[in-house]
Design a protein around this ligand. Structure first.
Ligand SMILES: [Zn+2]
Length: 340
């Protein structure tokens, strides 16, 4: 069975994220509340998606417990499904990881109830502790704590993971302003997380490849542990640096987040180029967050030097009926292609 740190010592690691968006897009999860009830309602959909991402090259199967914590479910009046949801998500992910020889990760996320101060911290800590407890019982290899815009909340997550004796990947969410809510610079938050015992630190979600990349060099320089980068696959810009900031000119300048981001979707090549650039900066834990499709994951895995099962079906246009170069393609069709 592979070990995260041992694997990172040998080669870059790929981690597929983005289960919320993909299950929503497929019609099995409601946008808005964004709670992963799909693990109970349609476990076969989640299991199938895990398997597609493994086929495409993820080294990590992340249990789909994002937003599956007590505080979120309390708001929705669904606390009764908290434990079954967590246990089911972990058991689905464990089955796929163990059958495919990939790493099994538990997952903590931003709670959206955290506030600095003893009362807020107590609430969040107990929500994290019960999730970490279920993950530990499921035998996870490590825990990903992700999408934190508060460094303080991430450090609480880290503390509970460390208390369970598990390796921790801590990734921060950097919104439009380029800062966190309680720490000015993302690299400072990463430094604090490393000092507090995180095994991998970095960024996930919110920003697309072009606006996440410039944040990575200061992080790489600030820490000595492996650095993670998992952007969203959307064409964010200097003017609109986050997926929430994107406005669609074809729709009267309407906000595209969260269900109308399609026209901003990056190509697989753009994700492959991002992975190559991030690797050159020394980033070794790579992935894609909200909006990720298997074609994006394959491109990242291939850029990282892997040949996942899906690479067998990587494009080969030489035999295309019109655009191919194979001598078997008739000349008249090749000439016709020039007019297409
Ligand atoms: Zn995301």
């Amino acid at each position: 069975m592979p070990d995260l740190l041992e694997l990172l010592g040998r080669r870059p690691v790929v981690c597929a994220e983005g289960y919320l968006f993909e299950c929503e897009r497929r019609g099995y999860l409601q946008a808005g509340a964004f709670v992963p009830e799909v693990v109970l309602d349609h476990p076969e959909v989640v299991e199938g998606l895990h398997r597609e991402f493994v086929h495409a090259g993820t080294d990590v199967v992340e249990a789909f417990t994002y937003y599956g914590h007590r505080e979120k479910l309390r708001v929705l009046g669904k606390e009764d499904i908290l434990e079954p949801l967590n246990r089911q998500a972990l058991s689905i992910a464990a089955r796929v990881a163990r059958e495919t020889g990939t790493l099994l990760a538990g997952n903590l996320s931003n709670t959206n109830v955290y506030e600095p101060g003893p009362a807020g911290e107590r609430t969040v800590r107990s929500a994290f502790e019960e999730q970490v407890g279920w993950a530990a019982e499921a035998g996870v290899d490590f825990i990903i704590a992700e999408t934190f815009s508060w460094a303080g909340e991430a450090l609480l997550a880290l503390e509970t993971i460390r208390a369970a004796g598990l390796p921790a990947v801590i990734t921060f969410a950097v919104h439009r302003e380029g800062t966190l809510r309680d720490v000015a610079r993302p690299e400072e938050a990463c430094r604090q997380a490393e000092q507090a015992g995180a095994d991998v630190v970095g960024l996930n979600c919110i920003r697309g490849p072009l606006t996440m990349l410039p944040l990575l060099t200061p992080i790489r320089e600030a820490v000595s542990c492996p650095v993670a980068a998992l952007p969203v696959p959307y064409r964010t810009t200097d003017e609109q640096p986050s997926m929430q900031a994107l406005r669609d000119p074809a729709r009267g300048g309407a906000q595209a987040f969260p269900t109308a981001l399609d026209p901003f979707t990056c190509t697989r090549e753009e994700l492959g180029e991002f992975a190559t650039a991030a690797l050159a900066l020394g980033v070794t834990y790579l992935g894609v967050c909200c909006g990720a499709g298997p074609h994006h994951i394959r491109a990242v895995a291939e850029a990282a030097g892997q040949a996942p099962p899906a690479s067998r079906y990587a494009p080969d246009m030489s035999k295309h009926s019109f655009l191919g170069s194979d001598p078997g393609i008739t000349r008249s069709y090749r000439e016709y292609a020039r007019e297409l």
